[in-house]
Design a protein around this ligand. Sequence first.
Ligand code: ZN
Length: 243
Amino acid sequence: MAAAVLVAPLTLAAGSAAADDAADDAALPVTTTSEVVGTSVRGLPMTVVHRTTEGATRRVLVIGSIHGDERAGMRVVRALRDRVDLPDQLDLWLARTVNPDGTAADRRTNDHGVDLNRNFPYNWHTSSRDETWSGPRPLSEPESVALRDLVRRLDPWLVITFHQPLFGVGVNDKGYRTVKALAAGMRLPLEDFVCTGICYGTFTQWVNNRTDGLAVTVEFGHRVRDWRIRAAARTVVDVGAGG
Ligand SMILES: [Zn+2]
């Protein structure tokens, strides 16, 4: 609805070469590359886009969707991919979806019927075979393994995963100031999503308890207006570069 700034689609650069020629300019150029980091049950690629400037150290991973029927976060990823300027410090990794089969089918689970956000090896336990099935064992799914490997390789200081529709930013045991800044910027309430019984094997808990990084769950509502998508993208950049 509001006036949007139109930007030309960015072409994906093949590498980070040729940075030397641009050294005279004040603003460092942002390079954008893409990489396949895994393959889904059905053989679809799990693609991540990497946007950075030379020497950037504030590494942030943004996951647009892990539940394939929760799609609003993919709009935030698109906004971050298309944004022209990024702070020099920001080393930004964008996964539109880590559940390409679920996304293609507009379905929560992967193609085995597993809830990937219950398939991680922290506080995992068996569950009934419904839409939050945790799978036959932790990391039973190729998508979960690929995401685990990606986080281990990148070692991001901040991981943000988008969901719907609980409307709030999840409070963690760590990183309270960062969580608060994300909630304020995205104009969402801080929520202590009660985890007793339902939060077994979640990706966020695994990151927070098994890595040095901070993982934050952001839940939009059912319908998400464009202004909120823009606010979320801006907040990822601001908080991710600072912190
Ligand atoms: Zn979700």
